[in-house]
Design a protein around this ligand. Structure first.
Ligand code: 5GP
Length: 131
């Protein structure tokens, strides 16, 4: 069965897309820790990030860097925190989170809630910075 992220790539499940090319996709996290919390995934479905072939992993990080710099321009913050967890969705992904303090990276914190309209506006503001 395809992962939920493969279904997002296929367009079967909606998401707020930030950036995409033939190998990678970036989109807003549905349960964000911060405004602008973005996920970056390889389109190739692999559960564990360290099982990605070296070049794909390297290129994923470079793609995430470009996206992260766009998030940083769009969302006021000290910097972009980058982390990999992968306990919930078995499809490798990098979290990009606008942060101002170490506690902003605490995944045990209650998640934020934004309306679809707000998420759409956030995604558009990041895309504008990337174009
Ligand atoms: P992890 O696997 O790194 O522990 O967490 C997976 C992340 O994916 C979570 O932050 C969760 O909110 C996000 N997520 C799970 N399902 C969906 C989904 O269907 N759409 C989006 N945009 N994000 C999701």
């Amino acid at each position: 069965m395809p992962s939920i992220f493969s279904r997002i790539i296929a367009g079967e499940i909606p998401c707020h897309r930030i950036a995409e090319n033939e190998r990678f996709l970036a989109f807003l996290d549905i349960n964000p820790l911060a405004k602008g919390h973005t996920l970056v995934i390889p389109k190739q479905e692999t559960d564990y990030i360290f099982d990605l072939e070296d070049q794909l992993l390297a290129d994923l990080i470079v793609f995430a860097k470009k996206v992260g710099l766009g998030v940083e321009k769009a969302i006021p913050c000290e910097r972009i925190g980058i982390t990999v967890i992968g306990l919930e969705v078995p499809h490798a992904h990098v979290h990009l989170i606008p942060i101002n303090a170490i506690g902003d990276m605490n995944f045990s914190k209650p998640k934020l809630s934004f309306s679809q309209a707000e998420l759409s506006t956030i995604a558009e503001s990041i895309r504008t910075q990337l174009s």
